[in-house]
Design a protein around this ligand. Structure first.
Ligand code: NAD
Length: 328
């Protein structure tokens, strides 16, 4: 039988964590027991706004809850998650990416397995209704093109753009293609931070699918798009942000011209975070597996880190060839 109410807390109430706290305060079957942030003034501001208790240590908050959302900077996810699990066996919602290194991510997975608790990772695009429609359509992609471009902001500069932004598309592409990666070709460069700020990756899969993925955090405009075609002539084009999904199908009838039918659907603007955290609570109350598991998050991180490594290699190639370049 489902648990009636679960007691939840939020660790880190910055740009995104404040929304985790607000959403939990609105969800049925949830008691938002409190928040913790290493910046006490920030925690008090959000606590006052949502009328929710502010705790002065992670351990005190952990003792009071059945589940915690960890919405701290990526480089702190593993350390915070391990501290929580060393204190008490609580369910964890870890924001994406699961960690900033594969070794840290695996430590988190080991600790979660040992504690036997639920872990869901915040790959929020899985809850985008356009993505859900593509995943449920049984599409078998032959080619995918994804673009995720943002103007520069000061957030998430502790990790490369690949680990912050491109990882959303990597996760969706892995879920769509369901085949091992065989080859990757990458180009990337820093622009304003010491990490890679712009990158393009060509990813080839064992089943023959090709994907081209571009991410930038120094763009003039914000773009969130994915397009794909499959082996049967089905074409999808999704604007993640406006949730507009275009579908084109081609019908071949013997002895007549191919018939192309096009449709466009804009999905309702339901808050994806509400869906995502609602699913987490549902899994916890009913003992169900997570919608986005730690293993899937680890796979997306592994690919993202390899793309980042290859982006650095591409930089070295540029340095090596500068002497031969008449423009340099
Ligand atoms: P932020 O810097 O705005 O907020 C982080 C907060 O955590 C700050 O208030 C900071 O004081 C606090 N903090 C730092 N270290 C802490 C610690 N050890 N214990 C407790 N609190 C601590 O960052 P953000 O933009 O909200 O991003 C947070 C996380 O959410 C990142 O991992 C980011 O990748 C992820 N994120 C995901 C999405 C998405 O689309 N799913 C969008 C934005 C951010």
């Amino acid at each position: 039988m489902a648990r009636e109410t679960v007691s939840v807390g939020v660790v880190g109430v910055g740009y995104l964590g404040q929304h985790h706290a607000r959403v939990y305060s609105e969800l049925p079957h949830v008691l938002l027991a409190g928040i913790f942030d290493s910046d006490l003034r920030r925690a008090e501001e959000i606590g006052a706004r949502l009328k929710v208790p502010v705790f002065s240590s992670l351990e005190e908050l952990t003792d009071r809850v059945d589940a915690l959302s960890v919405v701290t900077p990526t480089s702190t996810h593993a350390e915070v998650a391990l501290r929580i699990l060393a204190r008490k066996k609580v369910a964890l919602f870890l924001e994406k990416p699961i960690a900033d290194s594969l070794a840290s991510a695996r430590k988190v997975l080991d600790a979660v397995r040992q504690a036997g608790v639920l872990l869901q990772v915040g790959h929020i695009e899985r809850f985008n209704p356009g993505v859900v429609a593509m995943l449920e359509s049984g599409v078998r992609p032959a080619y995918i093109e994804a673009q995720r471009l943002s103007p520069f902001g000061l957030r998430a500069t502790d990790v490369p753009v690949i680990v912050d932004l491109m990882i959303h598309d990597i996760d969706i592409i892995l879920a769509l293609v369901k085949s091992p990666i065989t080859t990757m070709r990458v180009v990337g460069t820093p622009a304003v931070t010491s990490h890679i700020d712009l990158a393009n990756a060509w990813i080839e899969f064992k089943n023959g699918c090709l994907a081209s993925v571009t991410a930038s955090r120094v763009s003039l405009e914000k773009v969130r798009k994915i397009r794909l075609f499959d082996r049967r002539g089905l074409y999808y084009s999704l604007n993640y942000e406006t949730r507009e999904l275009g579908v084109a199908t081609v019908k071949f009838e013997p002895s007549s011209l191919p018939e192309i039918s096009r449709s466009k659907k804009t999905f309702a603007n339901e808050e994806p975070l509400k869906k995502e955290l609602g699913t987490f609570i549902d899994s916890l109350r009913n003992g169900l597996p997570p919608k986005v598991s730690g293993e899937e998050a680890c796979q997306a991180l592994e690919v993202a880190l390899e793309v980042n490594r290859l982006a650095h290699e591409s930089l070295e190639r540029f340095h090596d060839t500068e002497e031969d370049d008449p423009l340099s």
